[in-house]
Design a protein around this ligand. Structure first.
Ligand SMILES: *[C@@H]1O[C@H](CO)[C@@H](O)[C@H](O)[C@H]1NC(C)=O
Ligand SMILES: *[C@@H]1O[C@H](CO)[C@@H](O)[C@H](O)[C@H]1NC(C)=O
Ligand SMILES: *[C@@H]1O[C@H](CO)[C@@H](O)[C@H](O)[C@H]1NC(C)=O
Ligand SMILES: *[C@@H]1O[C@H](CO)[C@@H](O)[C@H](O)[C@H]1NC(C)=O
Ligand SMILES: *[C@@H]1O[C@H](CO)[C@@H](O)[C@H](O)[C@H]1NC(C)=O
Ligand SMILES: *[C@@H]1O[C@H](CO)[C@@H](O)[C@H](O)[C@H]1NC(C)=O
Length: 498
């Protein structure tokens, strides 16, 4: 095997290119910025059982991420395309070359066509990224991305439209409900179930022909696994792990796609605290596959260049009607608000510092007084505090965005959703855990003008977090699909038969 270029090692089945991610990230942070440091938040509890969340068994290594670098406005404009390419993987399974059937040839030409398309798309997005205009230059009947909420509106728009043309997901049919092909649609874990159900319905990008797919979905629900297989208080997740291992074995044995990429073009998704843990039982799933996780904790192996952060959305009734919107800024009398239980150390610091102060500006409760509506507090506050709970993600971020309250993320090691596309600094405040005692000063230090800008942007970004009963372009489902699409763009899959 003579490697002709750094790009095509013929003996490499899979080459990971950390490039698009890189691009989008690197692209733009035009627009006014605010002080920022950390990342956000959360609480996790469960409707089923309250898992005591110690995820310390995780094997994951923390990884430096280009996204995080981008947060510090890391910018490397002139990296040649080819230098941004790195081989990461050697294949483990050699498939015998002499089994060339006609079907294989056909398959390979499909894969080659797919990869050629993706190569074209990469360069078209790269081109689009050169337009550093706050407004996308592409036409769109529904929505034209614009403004500082985007890292690069034009590149995002381009990528989004290419996704609409090319993205195809294959959902493995193996596995029975309730654990497979199913998930919760209400509660704090609703994103998991809603998305699984959307995938199953397959209105938009689903393909029935696996040779045509860009990515492959492993349709298990971690919430359901925990519900059916976890003995409360046992702290034993082996039974969950066994099911995941068995499932991947079945998929790898029956279909050719898992071995072809060692899982790199496969994805799982979970909103449960234990999503990362469930994936850790299959090392390739943990380290190579695209994991779409609410628990996007970089200290637990979340790797933003291949994993995607999944917004946690608490849908009590399953519907978003009535959650969206709120009074104008001038009618919001509370500076900052939080209500939630003492889950985890960040909440502890917050409650300890603010709960008993009874400061009318910074209202922090572990339990709201009787008769006080949570929703009306959100809607009457200028800033909504979104501290991490037992795990990093918090449904409060999306609640705040829905209520048009500027989210204040208080978290360590959290990668907020869609960070590859959205410039969180433009519409949220990030407060370091150590600055919890200074929250009031920090928020009071934000000028009225700057606040109004941020609040306007919160309204603008809402569309990317909205759950529509029938998904609409640019809504949260499409944005999740877009996150997966971007990660698929980062890899090159080669077939061994070829
Ligand atoms: C969870 O954490 C507790 C202490 O916080 C520890 O004793 C226990 O072994 C951990 N359980 C697992 C499964 O790691
Ligand atoms: C940038 O956007 C503005 C406003 O949408 C538009 O008028 C202008 O032509 C754009 N500039 C470029 C270079 O595309
Ligand atoms: C995301 O992709 C899946 C898989 O094709 C599809 O079923 C689902 O409808 C898509 N979601 C949206 C909102 O497009
Ligand atoms: C994939 O690799 C595994 C492990 O080597 C093997 O057992 C399985 O048969 C392979 N699958 C296919 C479809 O060849
Ligand atoms: C953790 O890593 C060890 C050694 O690398 C491995 O033997 C073990 O199976 C892994 N555990 C999980 C849960 O993946
Ligand atoms: C993130 O992961 C680290 C390492 O497991 C853990 O110590 C930390 O508590 C997690 N963060 C949250 C908010 O759960």
């Amino acid at each position: 095997m003579t490697p002709s270029s750094s790009f095509w090692f013929s003996s490499f089945k899979l080459v990971l290119l950390p490039l698009l991610v890189f691009l989008l990230v690197v692209v733009s942070t035009l627009g006014p910025q605010q002080p920022s440091s950390l990342h956000p938040l959360s609480f996790a509890s469960s409707l089923l059982q309250e898992p005591t969340s110690n995820n310390s068994i995780l094997n994951g290594s923390s990884t430096d991420s280009s996204f995080l670098e981008a947060e510090t406005d890391f910018f490397a404009p002139n990296i040649p395309f080819s230098d941004a390419i790195m081989e990461k993987e050697t294949p483990r399974h050699d498939m015998s070359k002499n089994k060339e059937s006609e079907a294989a040839v056909k398959r390979n030409s499909k894969l080659e066509r797919i990869e050629a398309n993706l190569a074209r798309v990469r360069s078209s997005i790269k081109q689009a990224a050169l337009v550093r205009n706050l407004t996308s230059t592409h036409q769109d009947p529904d929505y034209v991305p614009q403004g500082p909420i985007y890292r690069n509106a034009n590149a995002f728009h381009r990528s989004y439209m290419e996704m609409e043309k090319l993205f195809k997901i294959y959902v493995y049919e193996e596995g029975e409900p309730p654990i497979f092909h199913n998930g919760p649609c209400r509660s704090i874990y609703s994103s998991e179930g809603r998305f699984i159900h959307e995938l199953e319905k397959g209105k938009f990008y689903r393909t029935r022909d696996p040779d045509e797919a860009l990515v492959y979905f492993l349709p298990f629900s971690v919430v359901m696994l925990v519900h059916y297989l976890y003995k409360p208080e046992s702290h034993k997740t082996d039974a969950i792990g066994r099911v995941v291992v068995d499932y991947v074995d079945v998929i790898a044995g029956k279909h050719r796609y898992w071995n072809r990429s060692l899982g790199a073009d496969h994805f799982m998704l979970s909103c449960h605290d234990w999503g990362p843990r469930a994936s850790s039982y299959v090392p390739d799933l943990f380290h190579k596959s695209i994991r779409v996780l609410c628990n996007a904790n970089t200290s637990e192996g979340f790797n933003p260049s291949k994993d995607a952060s999944f917004p946690e959305i608490n849908l009590l009734t399953g519907e978003v009607e009535g959650l969206l919107g709120g009074p104008s800024p001038s009618r919001r009398s509370i500076l900052a608000f939080f209500a939630g239980r003492l889950h985890g150390y960040i909440r502890y610091l917050l409650l300890n510092e603010w709960r008993d102060k009874l400061d009318p500006d910074v209202q922090v409760f572990d339990q709201l007084p009787r008769g006080v509506s949570y929703m009306s507090k959100l809607k009457n506050s200028r800033f909504c505090l979104c501290p991490s709970g037992y795990e990093v993600a918090s449904p409060r971020i999306v609640e705040a965005i829905y209520a048009e309250c500027v989210p204040v993320l208080i978290s360590d090691n959290y990668v907020p959703p869609f960070s590859d596309v959205l410039n969180w600094k433009a519409f949220s405040v990030q407060v370091a855990v150590k600055d919890i005692p200074n929250i009031k000063n920090i928020l009071m230090g934000i000028s009225q003008r700057q606040y109004l800008r941020m609040q306007r942007r919160v309204k603008q970004v809402q569309r990317h977090f909205v759950v529509n009963a029938a998904p609409k372009r640019y809504d949260v489902f499409h944005m999740i699909n877009h996150s997966i699409w971007l990660r698929r763009l980062n890899i090159l899959v080669r077939d061994f038969d070829s």
